[in-house]
Design a protein around this ligand. Sequence first.
Ligand code: UDP
Length: 328
Amino acid sequence: MNVLVTGGAGFIGSHLGRALWQQGHHVKVVDSLVGGRKATIADLLGQPRFEFHQADIRDFARIAPLFADVDWVFHLAGLADIVPSIEQPRAYYETNVSGTFNVLEAARMANIKRLIYAASSSCYGLAEQFPTPETAPVKPQYPYALTKYLGEEMVLHWAQLYGLPAMSLRLFNVYGPHARTTGTYGAVFGVFLAQKISGRPFTVVGDGNQTRDFTYVTDVASAFIAAAESDYVGEVMNVGSGGTYSINTLVGLLGGDVEYIPKRPGEPDCTFADTRKIGEKLGWQPQVSFGQGVANMLAHIDYWRDAPLWTSSSIADATVDWFKYLDK
Ligand code: UDP
């Protein structure tokens, strides 16, 4: 297949592009390099059947021609992280919502065969049902979650109205080698691995008993491919690890000292996907255990050598707006 991966130089997109390329597909990466880094695809650049295009999904005229002759589109480009989304909602709207609109229109005009959207489990907000099924109420807590959800609504609308052969995967706490290390505070693995390299204590939020459905990135890549190979249109499916793991468990696997920082408002005590739907419909199952996944990250720890080093006081400064707006 001719496949196009938006955000293909980002964390998840780079793993997906690599998996598709290894399966023999022709892979075209479209990435603005705002959050993505060429380092994540250094092994693929210059290879046959692999193309890289630096282009921003906000620029329809620039991206639309890239969709010609494409069979499968994987739409992973977007802005991540909570705090900057509170501070700059317009930027999140323009990339995650208007950008998704551009991708959908380009895909529709090019008559693509499949489009798979990377949605976020943050749409569930403070869920009340665990494991959380796709039918749980949607309650976004901040503009990142809202804009990713609006993008999903548009994907489903394009499927319903225009018959675009699209579906959406709601990803739960994806982790693995090349996990994001942008300058902004967020995503626990980048924070903790930089702290480990520097011999600094892990900044554990609250009592560390909160749990997350940490899902290994190669499992997520295989879920995208299974979704593309299927015929499901207009469906939403959770992608999770099948378990949920505490921050204290993570710290135990990483090994190191701990300092505790205040619990953050609006943050769930648990995320845990109900993955029965994707298991039944796509036959997809996660393969990588949490212990194995963390060990794989430690084996690649050098990647985080130039990641920002967060301390309890710099986190306090960086999360002022988080506490200001979510502490109600
Ligand atoms: N976390 C932590 N220390 C940090 C950053 C995060 O203990 O410095 C915890 C946080 O409380 C949450 C988990 O790690 O339980 C995952 O946080 P992340 O921001 O990666 O994802 P999200 O909270 O959006 O699921």
